[in-house]
Design a protein around this ligand. Structure first.
Ligand SMILES: [Zn+2]
Length: 226
């Protein structure tokens, strides 16, 4: 792969680059390549195909630390029984971000079940679209019952087990009679921490180990023959 910087062309062996640098360069390379391909087409045609859609092959669920702490506190209060809470969340592209807004619906619990004793539809209408329930033992899988009941009624379902979130799925309706449940990555975050920070004033020096010929030449120039 070749990458141009001003007038110089470096040969880049992308396998030599570390993960992040590799990815950044590869993305830039793809962008340039895509632009050069697009130039060959009529611009009206480009607009049709160049949609703003994000195509994702995975989903990440971000959970505020506070919700984790709340689960820890509730678990300690209900001893070795299950419990369930509902949380409001919003989509940001392929990331489902939970807020700190939660509710504990009326429920009867045992060591292996949660039975809601009120209608959850009202909460769903209010925007509580994520359900969290606990397994009061080390567990990272939903039960058959969970998959067929609790998981199907909410956008996302998260399993809490012994101090951590161990599994999450999102449910996507495919058609009137089919819903697809897929695993999602779980990520904890602290709301209020600014993440969209402009760092354009910071120049990062990447460890290019790419211009092998040049460095070899430089090396040769430093050798003195007597
Ligand atoms: Zn369960």
């Amino acid at each position: 792969m070749y990458w141009g910087d001003d007038d110089e062309i470096y040969e880049i062996n992308i396998d030599d680059l570390e993960g992040e640098v590799h990815e950044r360069l590869y993305n830039e390379y793809l962008k340039v390549y895509k632009e050069s391909v697009y130039q060959e087409y009529n611009e009206d045609t480009i607009d049709i195909f160049d949609s703003e859609l994000t195509i994702a092959d995975k989903v990440t669920i971000r959970v505020p630390i506070k919700i984790l702490n709340i689960c820890k506190v509730i678990q300690s209060k209900v001893n070795h029984n299950e419990f369930s809470i509902l949380v409001k969340a919003t989509w940001k592209k392929n990331i489902l971000e939970l807020t700190e807004d939660y509710i504990i619906p009326k429920q009867t619990v045992s060591s292996a079940s949660v039975d809601y004793t009120e209608d959850l539809n009202e909460y769903k209408k209010q925007g509580y679209n994520v359900v969290i329930h606990s397994h009061p033992f080390k567990s990272s899988s939903f039960s058959r019952d969970d998959i067929e009941t609790i998981n199907t009624h909410f956008t996302a379902s998260i399993l809490y087990s012994v101090g951590e979130f161990t599994r999450a799925v999102i449910t996507v309706p495919l058609n009137n009679e089919t819903k697809l449940q897929i695993d999602a990555e779980i990520e904890l975050y602290i709301p209020g921490i600014e993440e969209d920070i402009d760092i354009s004033n910071i120049q990062i020096e990447y460890p290019y180990r790419t211009n092998k010929n040049k460095s070899r030449k430089r090396f040769r120039n430093n050798i003195h023959f007597y």
